[in-house]
Write a protein that binds this ligand. Structure first.
Ligand SMILES: [Zn+2]
Ligand SMILES: [Zn+2]
Length: 92
């Protein structure tokens, strides 16, 4: 069992609704949409951030995986290599 922490998350732009892939380090900061150039704050308490899908690399095969929020804290298998992963909650 390998534990991985989410690298970032997928958030819909509040202006154009396009989905943006954003590194976790930008949570709490202002970010700019690459589609419509609007800038907005990535509010950690906002439902679009709290309930966001996350991404992380599989430590077994190095493929990037996307997980819905319900898989955080749960043991899953990589869809590429079948390796077992445990996705840590972001606080850790
Ligand atoms: Zn936008
Ligand atoms: Zn894998």
């Amino acid at each position: 069992m390998v534990e991985i922490a989410p690298t970032g998350l997928f958030v819909g732009c509040p202006h154009c609704s396009q989905e943006l892939k954003i590194n976790r380090k930008y949570i709490g900061q202002r970010v700019q949409c690459k589609f419509c150039s609007a800038d907005f704050r990535l509010d950690p308490a906002h439902p679009s951030v709290v309930d966001a899908d996350v991404y992380s690399k599989c430590t077994h095969c190095d493929q990037e995986l996307r997980f819905a929020k319900k898989y955080i804290g749960v043991r899953v298998a990589c869809r590429f290599c079948g390796g077992k992963l445990h996705i840590l909650p972001p606080e850790q």
